[in-house]
Design a protein around this ligand. Structure first.
Ligand code: GLN
Length: 456
């Protein structure tokens, strides 16, 4: 799938592929495959008309924006005017968004066509795509297995070729984990690079919106479109925008790539073998492999689950049934309820200084550890998910499910960026390579991803 997005955009610009045809093909594919894959919750009924409008602009000789008629799937926790932002929950099953999130305004301004709302774990709480009130999503790259989560539908839609690009969100791995399991490209941007206005929070100090794509170019392009400060958001970084897509093809010779022995400790053997092969390849491309020490990495997981639960509990207080949909505790699934109860419990006054504060201290520790490692290297490379995806319907304990997140939560705790590109397969199941970068180090991350992709 090397460069498919770039080639499609060129075909559209040259008039070899009409935008209407592009949209129609996507709709046909969704109609055909969605009953089995369940990647989309809703399709945009205006997509065809929007394609016709763009086609007219193109025929008149007007210049189209960066996304020039590409079809974009949107995770169901992002507000798109007129479509349902359900968070894949019964709580919000009839909630129709009354405005566009800032990222959606930017996608539309760049002439992207929203093709529909994708399936996800309920309120983005999960790593498997199985907790949706609209049913689980299948993995097009390994049928019968979970696609990963929580941006399950977004990753599956790309893997099944149902649309060109998708938006997902990543609080503790929800873009990178499904990208890895579905064998596609995903990127979690630096915290504060992409506006969150119009995103329904899981945990606001960790959430970032980011791209899922069949190729590195598409991820870079969509990130370019959505990134950059929003004057209405005070917690954003003061960055005007980023130029990435046309600056990817760079020799990585001499680049310093960090690898930690911790990765091997935490990862299943078969997965690690694929990752070792990928690191070898980066070495062959001329990168210098440097060992970095991340002694407390595994402590990120419990810290994440405490911090996320406290923030999620607080975020869900607005779903009391008075304004938005149904009262959350009355209709939500088991995992969402577990987190609400946990969040309520640990934020009680008598526990002050105990769980939450300690978790914040661990967060600082992890951040320092990653930051100091990233002073010595340009990027850190390793596995994305420690295990292969399980078969759909397998019963896992909550801890077994959380264990999928060991290697992805540290980047969220530290606020740094991380991308995923397919490294290889184990028995036909994709395994993704994770490349973590400094704060605002997206360019270095994407360059390593592109170099790896080009060498495949
Ligand atoms: N799997 C993690 C969780 O369940 C991450 C979720 C996410 O990034 N939205 O919380």
């Amino acid at each position: 799938m090397d460069e498919v997005t770039k080639e499609k955009l060129e075909a559209i610009r040259r008039g070899e592929l009409s935008i209407v045809e592009n949209v129609e093909r996507a709709l046909e594919r969704i109609e055909k495959l969605n009953p089995k894959i369940n990647a989309f919750i809703e399709v945009n009924p205006e997509a065809r008309a929007q394609a016709e409008e763009l086609e007219r602009k193109l025929k008149k000789g007007e210049r189209l924006g960066k996304l020039a008629g590409l079809t974009i799937g949107v995770k169901s926790n992002i507000n798109v005017l007129g479509l349902r932002a359900t968070c894949a929950s019964k709580t919000l099953e009839n909630y129709v968004a009354t405005y566009d999130a800032e990222v959606i305004r930017r996608v539309k301004a760049a002439d992207g066509i929203i093709i529909g709302m994708t399936n996800m774990d309920e309120f983005a709480c999960g790593s498997s795509g199985e907790t949706s009130a609209f049913g689980p999503t299948d993995n097009p790259a390994a049928l019968g297995h979970i696609p990963g989560g929580s941006s399950s539908g977004s990753a599956a839609a790309i893997a099944a070729g149902m649309c060109d690009l998708c938006l997902g969100t990543d609080t503790g791995g929800s873009i990178r984990n499904p990208a890895s399991h579905c064998g596609i490209v995903g990127l979690k941007p630096t915290y504060g690079l992409v506006p969150r206005q119009g995103l329904i929070d899981l945990a606001m100090s960790l959430d970032q919106i980011g791209p899922l794509s069949p190729d590195v170019y598409g991820a870079a392009l969509l990130l370019e479109v959505i990134a950059g400060r929003n004057p209405n958001e005070c917690v954003m970084l003061d960055v005007r925008g980023v130029e990435l897509a046309d600056e990817l093809n760079v020799d990585i010779r001499g680049m310093r790539i960090g690898v930690s022995p911790k990765f091997e400790e935490l990862t299943e053997l078969g997965v690690m073998e694929v990752i070792d092969g990928a690191i070898e390849k980066l070495h062959d491309l001329g990168a210098e492999i440097v060992e970095v020490d991340l002694p407390h990495l595994e402590k990120g997981l419990p810290a994440y689950y405490l911090i996320m639960s406290v923030e999620f509990f607080s975020a869900t207080r607005k779903f009391d049934g008075r304004k938005y949909g149904k009262r959350i505790e009355e209709v939500c699934g088991e995992e969402v309820l577990r987190r609400i109860i946990r969040g309520r419990y640990i934020s009680r006054k008598e526990y002050r200084g105990k769980y939450y504060q300690r978790a914040l201290q661990v967060r600082t520790l992890i951040r320092r550890e990653l930051m100091s490692a990233l002073e010595r290297v340009d990027v850190i490379v390793g596995p994305t998910v420690p295990k292969l995806p399980h078969k759909l319907g397998t019963k896992l304990t909550p801890m077994e499910m959380y264990a999928y997140d060991y290697l992805t939560v540290p980047a969220n705790l530290a606020g740094i960026c991380g991308g995923v590109v397919k490294a290889g397969e184990v028995n036909g199941i994709p395994v993704g390579l994770q490349i973590q970068g400094k704060m605002l180090g997206e360019k270095a991350v994407l360059r390593v991803m592109r170099a790896f992709e080009a060498s495949a």
